[in-house]
Ligand binder design. Structure first.
Ligand SMILES: [Zn+2]
Ligand SMILES: [Zn+2]
Length: 276
C-alpha cells in the first residue's frame, strides 16, 4: 500500500537525498582523504553503509507495511439497527461514517490514508504512511537508525575537521585546504544535527507513548490508558513483538501478531451471525 500524498512523497525524497549526500561526503571527503588507504577507513565505510542499509530496510517496511487498516464490509452496512449492536457487548466499538464500517477500540480514521487504522498513532509524512498497530515497530527502528547514522556522521565529520585544524604536520594537510571540502563538511554537520535532534525527540515521544499506553491521538484527546493493568514490558512487546530483544531492532523480522489488542477472536459486529 503506497499513499499518493505529495507531501509524503516529497519527505521521502528529502530523506533519501540527505542519506545519499551523507554517504557521498563520508566516502569521498572523509574516508578517501582523511583515512586514505587505512584499514580504519575501510571499517568506517563498511559500518556507515551497513547502518544505511538497515535504515533503508526499516524505512521501506514502515512505508509499505499495512499499519493496521480496518477492513471494509463486503456489503453496505445498515446502521439503522446500531442500537441493537450497542446494547450488547459492542459499546467499545464505534462506527466510522467515512468508511461506513464498524471499527474496534483505539482505531481512528486517517484523512490522508482515507481509512480507519487500528491503534493509530499519527500519520507521518516521513514514511508517507500512518504509524499504527502493525508498523510502529518499523517506524521506531527507522528513528533508531537515523539517530545512529546522524551520530556516526557527526563523529566522522568532527574527526576529519580536527585533523584539518590541528594536524598541520599530517601529510594530507595540504589536501585538506579545499574550500569545497569544508562546505561538504559544514553541510554534513548541519544535516546530521537536524536529523539527530528530530529522531531523538520523536523516538523519546514514541517510547514514552508506548510505555504510557497512549498514542499521540489519545494524548491529544486526553483519553486512555486503556490497559492500566499491563506492564511497560508487555506494552513494548505488543508493539515490537515477543521475539528475542535483538529482533526489536532488526528490520528483517516479522511485524507483531495481527490481533485486535484485548479483543482477540472477537469479530466486528457486522461479521457476527445474526441474533434472532
Ligand atoms: Zn474510517
Ligand atoms: Zn494515514
Amino acid at each position: 500500500m503506497f499513499i499518493k500524498d505529495p507531501c509524503g512523497i516529497t519527505c521521502i525524497i528529502i530523506t533519501y537525498a540527505a542519506v545519499f549526500y551523507a554517504d557521498y561526503v563520508v566516502i569521498k571527503w572523509i574516508v578517501l582523504h582523511t583515512m586514505e588507504g587505512s584499514l580504519w577507513g575501510t571499517l568506517n565505510a563498511v559500518a556507515f553503509n551497513l547502518i544505511i542499509f538497515l535504515l533503508t530496510m526499516s524505512h521501506f517496511k514502515a512505508v509499505i507495511s499495512d499499519p493496521g487498516t480496518v477492513p471494509l464490509p463486503q456489503n453496505r452496512l445498515d446502521f439503522s439497527d446500531m442500537h441493537s449492536a450497542e446494547s450488547g457487548l459492542d459499546l467499545d466499538w464505534t462506527i466510522c461514517t467515512r468508511c461506513e464500517t464498524y471499527r474496534p477500540p483505539r482505531a481512528h480514521h486517517c484523512r490522508i490514508c482515507k481509512r480507519c487504522i487500528r491503534r493509530m498513532d499519527h500519520h507521518c509524512p516521513w514514511i508517507n504512511n500512518c504509524v499504527g498497530e502493525r508498523n510502529q515497530k518499523y517506524f521506531i527502528q527507522f528513528l533508531v537508525y537515523v539517530g545512529v547514522l546522524s551520530s556516526f556522521a557527526l563523529t566522522l565529520a568532527g574527526y576529519s575537521l580536527s585533523i584539518f585544524f590541528f594536524c598541520a604536520d599530517c601529510p594530507s594537510y595540504e589536501k585538506q585546504k579545499d574550500f569545497g571540502r569544508m562546505i561538504a563538511h559544514g553541510l554534513l554537520l548541519i544535516i546530521s544535527s537536524i536529523y539527530l535532534m528530530f529522531s531523538v525527540a520523536i523516538l523519546t515521544d514514541q517510547l514514552h507513548g508506548i510505555c504510557a499506553d497512549r498514542t499521540v491521538i489519545e494524548r491529544l484527546a486526553k483519553s486512555g490508558p486503556f490497559r492500566p493493568e499491563t506492564t511497560k514490558k508487555s506494552r513494548m512487546e505488543d508493539v515490537c513483538g515477543n521475539q528475542p530483544k535483538i529482533c526489536w531492532i532488526c528490520p528483517c523480522s516479522s511485524p507483531p501478531p495481527d490481533k485486535l489488542r484485548g479483543f482477540v477472536n472477537r469479530p466486528a459486529p457486522h461479521q457476527r451471525p445474526e441474533v434472532v
